[in-house]
Unconditional design. Structure first.
Length: 535
């Protein structure tokens, strides 16, 4: 009697295998969803063999800060990420996303960043993660967004939450963690996050500490020279949550960009305070966000869209904004008095304004025959606030300075990529290929082993993604094959839609999702649960 047939096997043949354990030339066998063997693997009939000679085999990249929340089913977005080697994204960032609740607030306020609502209303975190299973080529882990939690309980209130409201918010966080969320996120420069004080946030972080999750913060105050205040608040929240639970709260600072001396000093401050902290950053200088965030007062942004549109269409209120608010915009240290020349129009959800994509507000206003304030308010009105922008900075930091930041052991790669828009920030399509090109091949800031630690192993461990980030028997076969001499970003500020090159073969859960540079039809991506999944 013959034995059971051998399971199908894929062999990545002859590549240079790199993970946290080191580098070696070896074959990698994949059976089912897992790595079955690494070494000199004899051929056997029925093997699917991929020639990897001259290429590297690495664990799949984890994007520690993604805005693909509503876009995981979009082929173009999946392709853009896979071509960079990304196999898993961490979504639910900046305190606003589609669960818990019906997703209505995120669809109204954050759709120009996260895309349209991806799942049926009311499914919560469990529903969001279930909707990812088998529906994408990518995996996604989810952070409970604290701003969405607050909106579900307190609506648009700017007041401190009362005891009953706070208890209800904590309950929503606990529910999200039970469903598999990997932590909690805040966006303290966005609405309603800017109305959440440290006491409220510490209460929401208590169940995160107990569960061993991560508190991920877009901290308050605009970063740069204000970073010390934001970091001090994070430390205070960590101390309070830890004191309340007896469990240390792990924290992660989102897109931590400032002068290298500031970043490194503040990381030292967190360490001195006894806070277990990591951070993400992207290898670009300019930022990207909602158009309304720097250009409208927070108290106006907190109102319903129709109320904001009424204000933007009212001559008296527009005049007040021009007289009282825009002088404060001109005092923004990141933008300054020539703010209109510092802001490039990335996405304007009004067909009649398509001509303005890629122009600065100053350039668009000149073409429209008006002034920058009038153009900005008109554009926000026409788009019903669905607009995003790329923001230049005054201090164009050189590669060597960014390298100091990226060399820090607490650093992880996060794109903060926003795919919405005709002229998006190039970080959405270039971040990770740029890391590999500029910081490994060209400057030697990292070795290939360092790159794996910063971009894969580190975030997989930090966010509890199970047996990912390694190439060893039993590890989940999220793997990428990289041409070390060719991997590069092609997206630029002038041509931001360019696709990365040099990564042509990608496996998610052992299934090829990018083969020879082309998407396959397979959809093996999963919603990754912090606990209770079959990682």
């Amino acid at each position: 009697m013959s034995g059971s047939p051998r399971p199908a096997r894929t062999v990545l043949r002859g590549g240079r295998v790199v993970d946290a354990s080191g580098e070696r030339t070896a074959d990698v066998a994949i059976v089912g969803r897992e790595v079955a063997a690494v070494g000199d693997i004899p051929a056997r009939p029925g093997d699917t063999v991929v020639d990897c000679i001259g290429r590297l085999v690495l664990p799949g990249i984890v994007d520690a800060h993604s805005h693909a929340d509503g876009l995981l089913g979009d082929d173009a977005v999946q392709r853009a990420l896979l071509r960079q080697g990304v196999t898993t994204v961490i979504v639910g960032q900046d305190g606003v996303s589609y669960a818990p609740g019906d997703g209505g607030y995120a669809a109204e306020y954050f759709a120009a960043i996260d895309g349209d609502r991806p799942v049926a209303p009311g499914g919560g975190v469990a529903g969001y993660l279930a909707a990812v299973d088998g529906a994408s080529r990518l995996n996604a882990a989810y952070l409970v967004p604290a701003g969405t939690v607050r909106f579900e309980v307190a609506g648009r209130s700017q007041a401190s939450a009362g005891p009953a409201q706070r208890a209800a918010m904590v309950g929503l966080v606990e529910e999200g963690l039970r469903a598999g969320a990997v932590g909690l996120s805040t966006g303290l420069d966005y609405v309603p996050g800017m109305f959440q004080d440290a006491d409220e946030l510490a209460a929401l972080c208590a169940p995160v500490a107990r569960a061993g999750g991560v508190y991920v913060s877009h901290m308050r105050g605009g970063y740069e020279a204000n970073a010390a205040a934001g970091i001090a608040e994070i430390a205070a929240i960590a101390r309070a949550a830890s004191a309340a639970t007896g469990a240390a709260l792990r924290v992660h600072v989102s897109h931590f960009h400032a002068d290298a001396d500031i970043v490194l000093a503040q990381l030292d401050a967190l360490e001195a305070a006894g806070v277990d902290a990591t951070f993400d950053a992207y290898p670009y200088i300019r930022g990207c966000s909602l158009m309304g965030m720097p250009l409208l007062p927070p108290e106006l942004s907190a109102r319903p869209v129709d109320d904001i549109l009424h204000a933007l269409g009212d001559p008296e209120q527009r005049d007040r904004l021009a007289r009282e608010w825009f002088p404060r915009v001109a005092q923004n240290p990141s933008l300054g008095p020539d703010w209109a020349s510092m802001i490039t129009l990335s996405h304007l959800a009004a067909p009649e304004l398509a001509w303005a994509h890629g122009l600065t507000i100053a350039e668009a206003a000149a073409r429209a025959g008006t002034d920058p304030i009038t153009f900005a308010l008109d554009a926000l009105h026409a788009c019903r606030l669905r607009a995003n922008i790329v923001m230049a900075v005054r201090n164009e930091r050189p590669v060597a300075e960014l390298a100091r930041i990226f060399a820090h052991p607490a650093h992880m790669g996060g794109s903060d990529g926003i795919f919405i828009g005709a002229h998006p920030h190039p970080r959405a399509r270039g971040t990770f290929a740029r890391y590999l090109r500029e910081y490994v091949r060209e400057t030697g800031t990292w070795t290939w082993r360092d790159a794996v630690r910063h971009l894969s192993t580190g975030p997989a461990a930090r966010f509890g993604l199970g047996r990912r980030g390694a190439i060893a028997p039993g590890a989940v076969a999220d793997l990428i094959v990289v041409d070390p001499d060719a991997v590069a970003d092609t997206a630029t500020y002038a041509q931001p839609q360019g696709e990365s090159v040099g990564i042509d073969d990608v496996y998610v859960g052992g299934i090829p999702v990018l083969a020879g540079g082309e998407l396959t039809d397979a959809l093996p991506g999963r919603g990754l649960r912090r606990a209770g999944s079959d990682r």
